[in-house]
Design a protein around this ligand. Sequence first.
Ligand code: ZN
Length: 566
Amino acid sequence: MFGPVVASAGEQLANSIPDLAQLQKMTARFAPTELDVDISNLSDGDSKALVKLVEAARIIDYIFMMQYWSGDLELYAKLQKDTSPLGKARLHYFWINKSPWSELNGNTAFIPGVPEHKPLGANFYPETMTKEQFENWVNTLLEKEQQQAKGFFTIIRSDAKGGFKIIPYSEAYKADLTRAASLLKEAASLTDNATLKRFLTTRAAAFLSNDYYESDVGWMDLDAPLDITIGPYETYNDELFGYKASYEAYVNVRDEQESAKLGAFSKNLQEIENNLPIDPKYRNPKIGAQAPIRVVNEVLSAGDGNHGVQTAAYNLPNDERVIAEKGSKRVMLKNVQEAKFEQTLVPISRRLLGGDEQDRVNFEAFFTHILTHELCHGLGPHQITVDGKPTTPREQLKELYSAIEEAKADVTGLFALQYMLDHAQAMGLADALKPARVFEKRLYATYLASSFRTLRFGLNDAHGKGMALQVNYLMDKDGFVVRPDGTFAVNYAKIKDAVRDLTHDLLTVEAEGNYAGAKKMLDTLGVIRPQFKQALDKLGNIPVDIEPIFVTAEKIAPQSAAPHRQ
Ligand code: ZN
């Protein structure tokens, strides 16, 4: 666990600050990529509202920087005045990270004169406050105050008497939130979409009242050509307690074509469930309502949504009251996925796949599989019986559940797409999955290439571990093969059966709530074998992620008093 003490600024100086060449290398891990979005189909009102939303989102960058570190804005202003090559490089990398700490290097400092690591509690708490001090203080408070002290939307500051006090976000960031709120209200008056109008109006009110509940409900109901997420959401930057939410914004435009495909797939989910390769007694005769999914293209991201590795999809809100009442919603950023695909997956495939296989690596196939992966989380066993008692796979598989469930969604996604390809005419999917014969080969080749991309992030997260399990299983069944020249390829004669077998095994582990079985699979297969290690070593200087350049946002709302843009 994290240590309790956070050093104050200046106390812990970083001992290895990168020089210009090192910094350029670190920065090159993020490939600059233009996000150009087609906004020509927006109504007149929405086009005007979009400008206001971009302006509101830009304010979020500043609020976020205030939340991240007490010295962040001051350092940012200082860096903008340094015109030396090193100064410019620092400013550039600072803007990518929105701080002097490099996210890809465990949040260590790359600029001198700042704490060696990002403060664990960010700027949500006094920098010198310990966990123990906080907890002792909270214990002296009344129940209602305790909730506020631990709440999503307050910061903690020292008071004059040597204790602490609670300040709501609406006070702490009052000036910026007031400006953002009035831009949201302007946008609300311009749009002709009722769900967007309602969300913007209630969110503007929340910025001033600090009560986000009603606007979170409004966000769940938001379904509009112009799509936005703006507010305090994720709590990852509060590494001390995980209580405090960081401000972020995503200004998006709905992708009509992918939304239609999603609708077409969703209609066929019960039939796929009825044909899953498991014992029929484990199939669900009536699958529940799916959580809503929106497919959008990102015009601008800001704040917590734009530092370090870029978000490609998110599930919100986090407020349990809203989730209990309305569930949560998943938003998939298609153009961000595409940018990552072009900058990382395509170069990976050029190095590791044979020539014919490389040509099959295809974004359409990649994105369709990701969509299907999301839908497949809803398929398979969810309510199970173990020793005569009702339970869930999550309860039974405990800490192994995430890796197994992610692998299940991936491989069931392949199975489901193959099923839909085989029955495209009858299921009314001929248009969505054309050209079928080509699509099938693209699907598996692209999946093989993307497995290397996931493995590159390591086995620490559930996706990486689950991916290792899959590729090793599919290699063992000859679905994937290594050619004599060291390149990887799909064995099209065997891959379908291998996928079907793995789908069966993973779904059965979940249906039985079989912890020992899951552990055995992950222990033997959730590893990086030597041939994969060798392959991953060849990927050295391929970018890890993208640095988005928001050309559409810049076109419609140029930044005159330009805060730094590269
Ligand atoms: Zn998933």
